[in-house]
Design a protein around this ligand. Sequence first.
Ligand code: SAH
Ligand code: SF4
Ligand code: F3S
Length: 484
Amino acid sequence: MNEISVHNVEQELHVPLNEPERQYYYMDRAKEYLEKMSEAAGRPLTFCVTTFGCQMNARDSEKLTGILERIGYVEEPDEEKADFVIYNTCTVRENANQRVYGRLGQLGRIKKKNPHMMIALCGCMMQEPEVVEKLNKSYRFVDLIFGTHNIYKFAELLAVRMETGRTVTDIWKDTDRIVEDLPSERKYPFKSGVNIMFGCNNFCSYCIVPYVRGRERSRDPEAIIREIERLVADGVVEVMLLGQNVNSYGKTLEHPMSFAELLRKIERIDGLERIRFMTSHPKDLSDELIQVMAGSKKICRHLHLPVQSGSTRILEKMNRRYTKEGYLALVERIRQAMPDISLTTDIIVGFPGETEEDFLETMDVVRKVRYDSAFTFIYSKRTGTPAAAMADQIPEEVVRDRFNRLLHEVQEISAERCAIHEGTVQTVLAEAVNDHDSRLITGRMGNNLLVHFPGDASMIGKFYPVYLRECKGFYYLGEIVSGE
Ligand code: SAH
Ligand code: SF4
Ligand code: F3S
């Protein structure tokens, strides 16, 4: 591990060695330093965290925000005005990387005009050595670079940067540590993501996540329950349990526990109304889990079950460890236990060696399962993954054509699926004032569909029975049913 030690020995003696105490110590130190910086600037200094990528990254950003607010930074939503800009990056597909470089160039120009400005980069992209090399060479104005494994050390790294004025780069290859009880600032007061595990051991052959997020490790169930109880006491009614493969939760714990067992425990938390989770890997989705879901009053009737491809031949090359038939049989079992379940998926088009026949198998699965929605991706070659070295990468125009055909199919089916609820009354969690019309509230049903209905900001975070008047393709217009 490449830890930085730039303090003199005298200071080091006072630094706690245990976590999270050590980080709280550094938060205090950064706070003192920030006060001096603010005095010099004659105003409070501001920050802006921009998240790229998945919900795991979004949750990490809440932790960064929690630390920054404790230090005394004030949130500034406009990145161009902020004194401290943090990019929490994603590298799952090449275009995610390109976006970061593009925006970073622009940020460099802004930094020239603001002497107080600092820039930090963290997240999955930083775990790739060639990225850090490029940053050190061509983006020298970046102040702080760290990765996914030492994100809990943010306060310490920031304090070192503030006190030394030097660029700090700290990337670890892997870790088995999970540091609990650090601050975090939620984006929504009424719902929250909760990590239940980190990393991934599946090594799907196209995917970079296991390389940048490290080996799979589960949080202790007690720590998860404690966090959710605290969240509920603080007004949270819905949690989203997060992991790359939640179905394999608990396998590596000292006292192994299944994901279904964890769900049973979480279900018992009073005051918690809705439980969601993602992502489920089809190979590990147990009948026990289906039973627990079917018997639960709190677990939402929604399952995100990435299929990636409908061709057994391609699935094997992807190292997904299920077949087309196995997947369809699983969907059948799920639908039998929960006929009203909403199913969503991820699909990759243009994996190396994918033929027209393979692609038609994917279309066949889409037609058979009839997903409520699907994220469709063009295969992106990730350096270091087995698929990147496979022969027979598919020409761009062939992939484009398949992608368009798939998208058309997926959209048509999801519009039809969405419409089946028209005319029913559903329990809806009011989430936000509508972006386009402030007289409307946007709410979410258990199946994850959105509905806009008349209301005001005071309703946010509460549940309402809403009549779904009109389906608009992938969302609804509705109104609250009174006197329920
Ligand atoms: N752990 C989750 C997925 C995490 S990545 C799972 O296994 O389902 C989210 C999605 O990005 C994946 O489901 C996959 O569809 C897509 N993806 C991952 N690597 C990709 C690549 N190299 N090219 C295109 N899409 C990719
Ligand atoms: Fe990537 Fe596969 Fe792990 Fe999902 S399960 S993160 S697709 S390696
Ligand atoms: Fe991207 Fe990292 Fe998530 S690569 S998809 S942010 S785990």
